[in-house]
Ligand binder design. Structure first.
Ligand SMILES: Nc1nc2c(ncn2[C@@H]2O[C@H](COP(=O)(O)OP(=O)(O)OP(=O)(O)O)[C@@H](O)[C@H]2O)c(=O)[nH]1
Length: 322
């Protein structure tokens, strides 16, 4: 798979240094600088966002226990003395039912074709299934090196994990199969080492102090959306979009004006809550996270608006940034 390295499998199989010189995705045998792009793919809920966060060590991608909450591509830059691993976060590939679904799939494929290393995430606690086979097939034609990452290993015992590693390694000729638990912080560093080993020789891609190249307003929008979804995911799983209209930095405070879009008037009530209690809570939760992100005090002005059936309307989708 990928650039044709010898296939490796087995727990935490690391790429070795004996695979010849040069070429994309080859491990350098010297102390050269390696940098490149990587992403995690996998079925919804496989643990991609949680793993990305664990690696970058910053709350940049939104996670939830409901599928398909990751919408924007968010990069995290991991700085190492010998290189840079740039993580790109993608939504899950899924059967498109709406225009939003189709756009998301296009976005996913576009990302896949631009990265050097892809980690296919398969949870340790769920059997390898049709979805995993489908994604594996889609990955086969790419130039990237593909690793399998068996996620959530804290949820299973040793024996079940061994079986899962075997089942996963039988799916395809992965460059490596790495078991990992982002939540228990088990093997996360090993995974990074393995991924970094497949990056091409390259000059530094981003300055040392850069952790993400996502525009501030997108990150802020994600933090607001995450806060707004808290507790109402069952009622409105994919019906909330956020547009940050204005960010005004002042001497001691940053003023942020944002609109929260729902699809129907009935949903507006859910988001606002009794006498505005929920919206107030959403505002203070989001504000705390934004203050952390920006390192300043924040005044957050939230408005809830209805954009009828925005998921199906191309004009609305464009306006909402899709
Ligand atoms: N126990 C355990 N749970 C995990 C681990 N990693 C992720 N989870 C949980 O699995 C659920 C899904 O995780 P996400 O990181 O949102 O999954 P995702 O693949 O990004 O999901 P989509 O955005 O839907 O594609 C969340 O409830 C996480 O808390 C892990 O290592 N151990």
């Amino acid at each position: 798979m990928g650039s044709g390295e010898a296939a490796r499998s087995g727990a935490a199989a690391a790429p070795d240094g004996q695979q010849g010189a040069g070429g994309r995705g080859r491990r350098a045998t010297t102390s050269t600088y390696q940098a490149g792009f990587a992403c995690f793919v996998g079925r919804p809920n496989a643990g991609k966002s949680t793993l990305t966060n664990a690696i970058v060590g910053q709350k940049i991608a939104i996670t939830s226990n409901k599928p398909q909450t990751t919408r924007h591509i968010i990069r995290g830059v991991l700085h190492r003395p010998d290189g840079q691993l740039v993580l790109v976060d993608t939504p899950g590939l899924h059967r498109p039912r709406t225009l939003l679904g189709e756009r998301l799939n296009d976005l996913v494929r576009a990302t896949w074709s631009e990265v050097d290393v892809i980690g296919l995430c398969i949870p340790a606690d769920e059997p390898v299934g049709r979805g995993d086979r489908f994604i594996t097939g889609e990955l086969a034609a790419l130039k990237a090196t593909v690793l399998a990452v068996v996620t959530k290993t804290d949820l299973v015992g040793k024996e079940a994990l061994a079986k899962q590693l075997l089942a996963v390694s039988e799916l395809a000729d992965f460059a490596a199969v790495v078991p990992v638990s982002a939540i228990a912080d088990h093997q996360v560093d090993t995974l990074v080492d393995v991924m970094a080993g497949y990056l091409p020789d390259s000059p530094q891609l981003y300055p040392d102090d850069m952790f993400t190249d996502e525009p501030e307003h997108v990150l802020i929008g994600e933090l607001i959306r995450e806060a707004a979804l808290e507790g109402v995911r069952d009622e409105l799983p994919h019906s909330i979009a956020v547009v940050v209209e204005e960010i005004q930095p002042e001497a001691r405070i940053t003023r942020i004006f944002a609109d929260l879009y729902v699809e129907r008037t009935s949903q507006k009530g859910i988001v606002i809550g009794h006498r505005g209690a929920r919206l107030k809570e959403v505002g203070s939760t989001a504000r705390a996270h934004i203050e952390e992100l920006l390192g300043t005090r924040v005044h957050l002005d939230l408005h809830v608006r209805v954009a009828k059936d925005w998921q199906r309307d191309p004009k609305q989708l464009r306006k909402l940034g899709f």
